[in-house]
Design a protein around this ligand. Structure first.
Ligand SMILES: Cc1cc2nc3c(=O)[nH]c(=O)nc-3n(C[C@H](O)[C@H](O)[C@H](O)COP(=O)(O)OP(=O)(O)OC[C@H]3O[C@@H](n4cnc5c(N)ncnc54)[C@H](O)[C@@H]3O)c2cc1C
Length: 364
């Protein structure tokens, strides 16, 4: 027989939509306090920032891809996309209706890749074979994904000819100019050819010959498209929360991380309109605050006691450059080399992220 507090909590149902960085941690934190349902388009959580290492070392993915069932033994997992919602129910793509008392929306970015962990492991194996069997590789996109992939290939396969084409005038536009310039110099020092201010029409290629928007020709045995994924909020605009999505597709939340105007719906992670750099460690902080607030409300706590989230006032980001180096921006300081590499690039925070989800650092 549980305490009256336990019983009050057991009755409430919390639905978390999106099992990425934010949603996985929110569901994990709440699973013993409520009847938790996680709705995610995939059957696994992927540590995003480890994904490029898995392209050059597919076995790395055995730790960075985590089945939802592994860290959510006490929650219900529904593998499908959420497509609509009402004041107390979520509708899924498969026509299922899931009732909620509290809702946490964490749909960050839509991943159009494999939906199961097994398929994703095979995908990395195939991408690895593609890299190994190519002498020349074209990377399209100079944001964190393109730069990290170029770094991984340049370090692990120094004999490959790597060309990176980026539409913008500098690399890593999400952080400061100095970081972009340092990353550029590092890539060039590793013999990566970087072409800025141009794009590549991937629909117009033949026999490994690619044309850039400026009419340049690039020969490559294969290519990787590394452009940022879209925010997954279009589905919300068609629901009762449509007016809570701003013109940039961001879900508007208040200081307690509740969707504006809603008492029992929270928004966390990259999908929110919080004015700060979109980073996973911040999405994790959102998750912990939202979970704390859901617990308080379940217990009938005073609304004045809801925890508030203070947006990060300065930029903190590390982009890995192969296995040992990285480029970091910490507030207005930018640094490159072994020090940021020591923080991120070795294990890519995989052990730490696994532990946050209550798992061992390594796969047993
Ligand atoms: C290359 C790269 C390196 C990075 N490095 C770092 C780093 O070192 N440190 C750091 O802090 N951050 C880093 N980031 C940023 C970090 O990955 C993001 O900030 C983080 O993933 C955001 O988490 P999220 O939970 O909001 O969204 P996501 O992680 O994008 O998760 C969204 C989830 O929602 C699901 N979903 C989407 N739509 C629906 C729907 N309609 N129904 C059901 N499920 C849905 C998706 O399948 C996915 O599981 C990096 C990003 C990239 C691309």
């Amino acid at each position: 027989m549980g305490s009256s507090e336990d019983l009050a909590m057991e009755k409430k149902r919390v639905v978390v939509i999106g099992g990425g960085v934010a949603g996985s941690l929110a569901a994990r934190t709440l699973q013993n306090y409520a009847d938790v349902y996680l709705i995610d388009a995939k059957d696994y959580f992927e540590i995003t920032w480890a994904s490029l290492r898995s392209m050059v070392e597919p076995s790395f993915a055995t730790r960075s891809l985590i089945s939802h069932a592994e860290y959510l033994p006490n929650a219900h997992i529904i593998m499908t996309a959420a497509v609509d919602l009402t004041d107390n129910e979520v509708m899924t793509a498969e026509g299922r209706i899931v009732a909620y008392d509290y809702l946490v929306i964490a749909t960050g970015h839509m991943d159009d890749g494999p939906c199961t962990k097994t398929e994703k492991l095979s995908y990395y194996q195939a991408e690895h074979e593609k890299i190994k069997s190519s002498n020349s590789i074209l990377i399209v996109g100079g944001g964190p994904t393109g730069v990290e992939l170029a770094g991984e290939i340049a370090v692990d396969f120094p004999d490959k000819k790597v060309t990176l084409v980026h539409r913008g005038s500098r690399l890593l536009e999400f952080i400061g100019k100095k970081a972009g310039k340092k990353a550029l110099d590092w890539l060039v020092s590793k013999n990566v050819e970087v072409i800025l201010g141009q794009s590549v029409n991937l629909n117009d290629t033949s026999d490994g010959v690619y044309q850039t928007s400026a009419g340049e020709t690039i020969k490559a045995d294969c290519h990787f498209l590394c452009v940022g994924k879209q925010i997954s909020s279009t589905w919300i605009t068609k629901t009762i929360l449509g007016e809570s999505v701003d013109v940039h597709g961001k879900l508007m939340v208040d200081a307690n991380l509740r969707v504006k105007g809603r008492k029992n719906v929270f928004g966390i992670g990259d999908i929110t309109d919080i004015a700060e750099l979109k980073q996973g460690y911040l999405a994790q902080q959102h998750a912990l605050i939202a979970a704390k607030n859901v617990k308080l409300l379940i217990l009938g706590g005073n609304e004045n006691k809801l925890a508030t989230y203070k947006p990060a006032s300065s930029a903190l980001a590390i982009v890995s450059l192969g296995r040992r180096e990285g480029v970091a921006q910490i507030s207005c300081i930018t640094t490159i080399g072994r020090l940021p590499g020591k923080i991120k690039s070795g294990d890519l925070f995989v052990g730490r992220t696994r532990k946050q989800l209550g798992l061992s650092s390594d796969v047993k």
